[in-house]
Write a protein that binds this ligand. Structure first.
Ligand code: ADP
Ligand code: MG
Length: 590
């Protein structure tokens, strides 16, 4: 449709983008085609397949190694000869020798000639059960990682350098729970990667182990509200956790009381000094406990009215005397998604509970969410506030160094790796998660490039890769309208436009909207969307004065164009747009 659009400058009838030109990937496609590699010109190419035509042994070995790559066929015979000149070939199986591996295909020689209808002169080249060498070269290098998991977000470190102050503050507030007092509610906030979750979990573990050690009834329940993000789910999860805890408690009690009943049958003195005066009292206690056990009913994941879920949770908590600390991580996500009802309900529980007490610890990446809270909830939740400031580069170095010792083999990191990771992450608002990601990714890149040492270049490459991954994720989750606006910017840049102004973007945007049947927003709204893209770091927009024509925004894409375009066109709506280039061209000639 757009192609036929009679825009004024279309009259020359020139097709600026003939079909063929759109396929710019030719070179790459060919590189993957085994038939198109240099090797295909070798006279022995056909010999590789049936192994019959090889005129000269030594030459054949070399050729075989080379030409067999596209097939993933290791030349097994090589691995048995330590003096083999082709040993440097990454596809040779020498690595299996180093590993003392039993999978060395050469040991299968006999088998191969039995199963192979077309045995090669060397024998064993295509042993039926032997590996094709896919993993051998990857295994061949010295390992870099001792334990990569240590660098993953799921790992809980035993020590948290530079968080003593925050951890001690939490402990000072929560210690009341171990004395049977109700601790103040706590609100923790700080940017992502400042150690909030790790510290909260650390404190929670300590609190629980100490409560067990001194046998004081204190329980900590951790909920990640990014996952559990509605009032129903939060209450249901809490209810079910406490129901399970109550069940365990009642079962233990039952065992004790039943054992006592048994002893009392043969020895009436067994009840002396217990809470029971008569065997009947013991029996009725057993019945009570059995009834309780029957009555515990877990909350289904959906379907109950919220009132009932709340009441069940309430009863489960109040079933016995204890102090309960509820940690709500990513609490802002809960409020954003489901409002502050949950927090309201939780924060006024204490006035109604008979046996137990509840204390809330909310953890948030930004403090703004408190603006959306009912003032009562806000003041209750914020009784105590603890701030987690960003780490600086020096602190990040300490954190990385501690992890690196566990994660990497000795000497795997060259000197500047940790400082560079720390410096990059310090720029990224002091994010320890980013620092660890960088270190892990740098290690993986080094591993892939088959060196045994991570160096500065790997870190830079990792930084780039992570940044692209971030952009991809941000772009992928943009609303459709923003995607269309961004697509317009990309199409203009593709045409070599610099300092693209809002008007140009808007014109392309409108036509793209037509194409995909989307509503066309006003230019003003599109300008807002551009500002949002600017804030996300996807475009860089500056306001420029055009003298008597007023002001406009001029922008450039600040992310890699290829990756961004690929994400956009993977959206089914945008992917459907065909022939975009011709009509961009048309626009441009205006
Ligand atoms: P937040 O919850 O503030 O976003 P996390 O607690 O999840 O941050 O921390 C992010 C990553 O950094 C985790 O892998 C965590 O183990 C690590 N980390 C954060 N602070 C420290 C620290 N002081 N010492 C060691 N590791 C830390
Ligand atoms: Mg967290």
């Amino acid at each position: 449709m757009t192609r036929d659009d009679p825009t004024p400058d279309d009259h020359d009838g020139e097709e600026p983008f003939p079909e063929g030109e759109r396929d710019t990937d030719d070179g790459e496609a060919d590189a993957n085609d085994p038939g198109d590699t240099e090797d295909s010109d070798l006279p022995n190419e056909s010999a590789v397949g049936d192994g019959l035509d090889i005129p000269d042994d030594s030459a054949a070995e070399e050729t075989t190694n080379e030409a067999s790559r596209p097939d993933h066929r290791p030349a097994a015979a090589n691995s048995t000869d330590p003096t083999d000149p082709t040993d440097s070939d990454p596809f040779a199986v020498h690595s299996a020798d180093e590993l003392g591996s039993a999978s060395d295909p050469s040991v299968d020689d006999g088998m191969a000639s039995v199963t192979d209808p077309n045995p090669s002169p060397e024998g064993g080249e295509s042993g039926g059960s032997s590996s094709q060498g896919l993993f051998d070269d990857l295994l061949s290098g010295d390992p870099i990682f001792e334990n990569k998991d240590v660098l993953r977000p799921s790992y809980t470190p035993e020590r948290l350098p530079h968080r003593n102050e925050q951890i001690n503050n939490m402990a000072t507030i929560l210690v009341g729970a171990l004395r049977g007092e109700t601790p103040s509610n706590i609100l923790i906030y700080g940017k992502t990667g400042t150690g909030k979750t790790a510290s909260a979990k650390f404190v929670s573990n300590e609190l629980e182990t100490t409560s067990q050690k001194y046998d004081v009834p204190c329980e900590v329940e951790y909920i990640n509200c990014e996952v559990t993000d509605t009032q129903y789910r939060v209450l249901a999860q809490l209810a079910n956790t406490f129901i399970e805890a109550n069940q365990r408690h009642v079962e233990e009690r039952l065992d004790e009381v039943r054992a006592l009943a048994d002893r009392a049958e043969t020895n009436p003195g067994a009840l002396d000094g217990t809470e029971f005066e008569t065997p009947e009292a013991v029996e009725s206690r057993i019945e009570e406990l059995e009834t309780d056990l029957d009555e515990f009913e877990p909350v289904p994941m959906t379907g109950w009215p919220t009132d009932r879920v709340y009441a069940t949770f309430f009863d489960a908590v109040d079933y016995r005397e204890r102090v309960v600390v509820i940690m709500l991580d990513e609490i802002d996500k809960l409020v954003e998604k489901s409002g502050d009802d949950t927090l309201y309900n939780l924060s006024r529980m204490n006035s109604e509970l008979d046996n137990s007490r509840v204390s809330i610890m909310g953890i948030s990446n930004d403090l703004k969410f408190t603006e959306f809270l009912d003032p009562r909830v806000k003041s209750s939740l914020g009784e105590e506030e603890i701030v987690f400031p960003p780490y600086d580069a020096t602190q990040l170095r300490d954190i990385l160094a501690a992890r690196a010792t566990l994660a990497f083999v000795d000497d795997a990191l060259s000197e500047d790796v940790i400082p560079l990771c720390a410096a990059f992450a310090a720029q990224e608002h002091g994010d320890a998660r980013r620092a660890l990601d960088l270190l892990r990714t740098a290690g993986e890149l080094a591993e892939r490039s088959q060196t045994d040492r991570v160096d500065e270049d790997h870190v830079r490459e990792a930084q780039e890769k992570i940044e692209i991954d971030r952009v991809v994720e941000v772009v992928r989750t943009l609303p459709t309208q923003s995607k269309v606006v961004l697509f317009a910017v990309i199409l203009l840049e593709r045409k070599g436009a610099k300092n693209i102004n809002t008007g140009e973007v808007y014109n392309i945007y409108r036509r793209l909207c037509d194409e995909i049947d989307a509503d066309v927003l006003t230019q003003r709204r599109v300008t807002d969307l551009i500002s949002e893209l600017d804030m996300l770091g996807i475009v860089n927009a500056v306001v420029v004065s055009k003298g008597r024509y007023g002001r406009t925004k001029e922008m450039n894409l600040s992310v890699p164009i290829e990756d961004t375009e690929a994400v956009l066109t993977s959206d089914s709506r945008l992917g459907d747009i065909e022939d975009v280039k011709p009509f961009v061209q048309a626009r441009f000639d205006n």
